[in-house]
Write a protein that binds this ligand. Structure first.
Ligand SMILES: [Zn+2]
Length: 276
């Protein structure tokens, strides 16, 4: 499932392709024909993300709400000047098209028009999002500190924390050597604050590079590249724990384990990760 950095990057790409313009909005597949007709021809004001939810604001208080779910994809492609709009391929639920850009949405679990009040209701059900400047980590802490569920489970709950998914949870718990099965109520406040601050540091690198970066050398390299204003170039995909079942821990050499927690495979090193 795409994690929050993917949705924020998508919001950024949609804004840069369409903001201030009035794209044609269609549903080539037909399942969103009524919604598309409501948005078609209206000026697209901006796109924004909250956790894994994408909201696109159109003039006249019309809002598009998208959640990609497990298999959804929303791709923005540029169309060279003078070339015709490419035909929609496959099951395209929604297409935004304008001279220069086409965006196709396939396979979302949510694609709906909303009023501003309905958008506010969706947002009110989300925990703080580490990618949003105004996010309040204490709201998440209030749920973690009285949580009977494991910290690995709490990190996946979008009401606790918005945007974190399976990769970031495994990796951030490894980075802070936190035992993933400890219940939230055993987690120390300073541990939680360190996890939050780390997500605030790491997730923007995901937005900038389009990749989840957690391994120290890659994080340091991409931060330096961004500071110099050059295109981030992280190198091969690497993780500390995620999908490394049976391999040696990069820190201690123990075997990385896996177990299903909150419906998804968690990966961790039982030797390194003991902290509360
Ligand atoms: Zn280890």
């Amino acid at each position: 499932m795409p994690e929050g950095h993917t949705i924020h990057r998508l919001a950024r790409d949609l804004s840069s392709a369409f903001a201030g313009r009035a794209p044609r909005v269609t549903s080539p597949q037909g399942r969103f024909a009524d919604g598309a007709a409501l948005l078609d021809g209206a000026v697209l004001e901006s796109a924004d993300a909250w956790g894994k939810h994408l909201f696109v604001d159109f003039a006249g208080e019309r809002r598009l709400h998208v959640h990609l779910g497990l298999i959804g994809r929303f791709t923005v492609t540029s169309v060279p000047e003078g070339e015709p709009e490419p035909p929609a391929r496959g099951q395209v639920r929604l297409r935004l098209a304008d001279a220069g850009s086409v965006a196709d949405l396939r396979g979302p679990i949510v694609c709906a028009t909303r009023t501003p009040d309905e958008v506010a209701e969706v947002i009110a059900r989300q925990g703080p999002d580490p990618l949003r400047a105004e996010a309040d980590p204490d709201r998440a802490w209030a749920m973690v500190r009285r949580g009977r569920r494991s910290v690995a489970e709490l990190l996946m709950d979008q009401k606790v924390l918005a945007g974190v998914g399976n990769v970031y949870r495994s990796e951030v718990l490894f980075r802070h050597r936190v035992g993933p099965m400890h219940p939230g109520q055993r987690i120390k406040r300073q541990t939680w604050e360190a996890i939050w601050e780390d997500l605030v540091r790491l997730m923007p690198l995901g937005v900038a590079s389009g990749r989840i970066l957690t391994v120290k050398e890659q994080v340091d390299r991409v931060e330096a590249q961004l500071a110099r204003g050059v295109q981030p170039c992280p190198g091969p995909r690497r993780y500390y724990a995620y999908k490394r079942t049976g391999q040696e821990c990069l820190r201690c050499g123990s075997t990385i384990r896996t177990a299903v927690v909150a419906g998804r495979n968690l990966f961790w090193c039982a030797n390194c990760q003991r902290r509360t």
